[in-house]
Ligand binder design. Structure first.
Ligand SMILES: Nc1ncnc2c1ncn2[C@@H]1O[C@H](COP(=O)(O)OP(=O)(O)OP(=O)(O)O)[C@@H](O)[C@H]1O
Ligand SMILES: [Mg+2]
Length: 453
């Protein structure tokens, strides 16, 4: 009795195999799960399920515990021993603790006792699939021997890619350009490039190009000699000299004036600086890492940023994905921040309820990791509880999106929501998202640009 509910399995549709000897239960599961958008296969016994798993790819097996002949436990064992990319959830009418323990010991990811509500079923399914996703991400990282540098949290595929480029960048002295929305961790990445590389014993000097008045920027960067201008009573080294042997981090590089851009270009080309008021060149050995939250190539196109400087800076581009495209990294980060801030107060790490985690995952995070960090800090400071519920979260996060069938939503809202969810699910992989949405990459890019406006 094999029923395949969907012929097309897109990137975002999880395939679930339900196994039960009661046709009525199978039918119920099939109806509920396909209504929730899953693709369903069914089998009436463990041997039938094993036979089916031999020829079909399935992400989750939901199996009954007691069945005539081989029990659900044997199916759990089979899956654990033979299928790396499948998780199992056990359902049992006998809510015995030993049964649950046994199921978990054999490798079931979840155990659900009958009777359960539709919501409980869907939540347990969600948790099982989340575990699968996490395991896949860990495997990608492990297979490629990628470890997050100290201080940087993340195991989504999007972040694993960043860590890989980062570790290569750390080994070289080439100029790197870190881009990403505000709060995505650009400065943290710039520091990691420096401290994970051979220059780590020399200084890391951060300069906020937007924070220094234009009239002072040149002397701050290159230093000045005595008498160079009114008030220059002594000679003073600039950031370039301070960073000798190390790394100069030019933050908000898009905010530099054309004059400063021209001077930076010269330093990058000649590897020497002129102190203000002096015509003598000083050789410098400084690695440049620049950062921007603007699209520099777009500024180049508008002639607001020098193209030649852009090329010199963009030797090693590192693009940080927004938090909403990092899948379950949101949970990792939320838990890490909660533990950190609780520890500061000598408290046990608090935990988030599943519904609170769901709300965090649904939120758009315009302020990215910084916003998450601030929110968690506020939660920990203002709330002594050991568990954080949805009600504790800021109001913007508590708003549940209108139900799927919400007739008050416009087509554009539904489309935007769907695009965001597919992208989040695929951790920002735009090619896969375009495929899943049935459009080409260019169309997706245009739609995303429109969403940002
Ligand atoms: N992957 C991460 N793991 C742990 N903490 C992170 C991560 N990314 C960012 N943070 C934290 O989030 C905060 C913001 O990071 P950072 O200052 O590096 O962002 P930014 O991209 O430079 O932001 P802006 O564009 O506003 O300057 C910092 O407190 C940083 O420690
Ligand atoms: Mg910054």
């Amino acid at each position: 009795m094999t029923r395949r509910q969907r012929t097309k399995v897109g990137d975002s549709v999880a395939r679930i195999l339900t196994v039960d000897d009661h046709p009525g239960t199978l039918e119920l599961l099939r109806r509920n799960l396909s209504a929730a958008g899953y693709s369903i296969l069914s089998a009436a016994s463990t041997p039938e399920a094993i036979e089916l798993l031999g020829r079909e790819e399935v992400e989750l097996v939901v199996t009954d515990y007691r069945m005539p002949g081989a029990s659900g436990l044997e199916l759990v064992r089979y899956v654990r021993e033979n299928l790396k990319d499948t998780v199992v959830m056990m359902i049992s009418g006998y809510a015995t603790v030993p049964g649950a323990v046994e199921a978990m010991k054999c490798g079931a990811e979840e155990y659900l006792a009958k009777p359960f509500t539709d919501d409980e079923l869907l939540q347990a399914i969600g948790r099982s699939l989340e575990q699968l996703r996490r395991r896949r991400a860990e495997r990608v990282c492990r297979a490629e021997k990628i470890v997050a540098p100290p201080g940087l949290v993340g195991e989504s595929q999007a972040m694993c890619k960043v860590f890989e480029v980062l570790s290569r960048a750390a080994r070289s002295s080439a100029t790197a350009l870190v881009s990403g929305e505000s709060g995505t961790g650009k400065e943290l990445v710039a520091r990691a490039i420096h401290y994970e590389g051979p220059r780590s014993a020399s200084p890391f000097v951060p300069v906020n190009c937007a924070g220094i008045p234009e009239s002072l920027l040149e002397s701050e960067l290159f230093g000045h000699v005595k008498g160079a201008f009114t008030g220059a009573v002594t000679s003073r080294a600039g950031f370039f000299q301070t960073a000798e042997g190390g790394t100069l981090f030019l933050d908000e590089i898009s905010e530099t004036s054309p004059a400063t851009q021209a001077k930076l270009l010269r330093v990058l080309q000649d590897k020497q600086v002129y102190m203000v008021g002096s015509s003598r060149a000083h050789k410098v050995d400084v690695r440049i890492v620049a950062a921007t939250n603007k699209d520099l190539s777009a500024l180049v196109a508008k002639e607001r940023f020098r193209q030649d400087l852009f090329f010199r800076l963009n030797v090693l581009p590192i693009a940080l994905p927004p938090l909403r495209e990092r899948g379950s990294d949101v949970f990792l980060l939320a838990n890490r921040f909660a533990a950190k801030f609780a520890e500061e107060q000598g408290r046990k790490p608090p935990r988030f309820t599943d519904r609170a985690l769901e709300a965090l995952a649904r939120y758009d995070w315009p302020g990215n990791v910084r916003e998450l960090e601030n929110i968690v800090q506020r939660l920990v400071v203002m709330n002594d509880a050991e568990t954080f519920h949805v009600a504790d979260l800021p109001a913007v996060m508590r708003r549940r999106p209108p139900r799927e069938g919400g007739l008050e939503r416009t087509l554009a809202e539904v489309e935007a929501d769907h695009i965001r969810r597919v992208l989040a699910r695929l951790e920002g992989n735009k090619s896969a998202a375009a495929r899943s949405l049935g459009i080409d990459r260019k169309t997706l890019r245009k739609k995303l640009e429109a969403l940002r406006r």
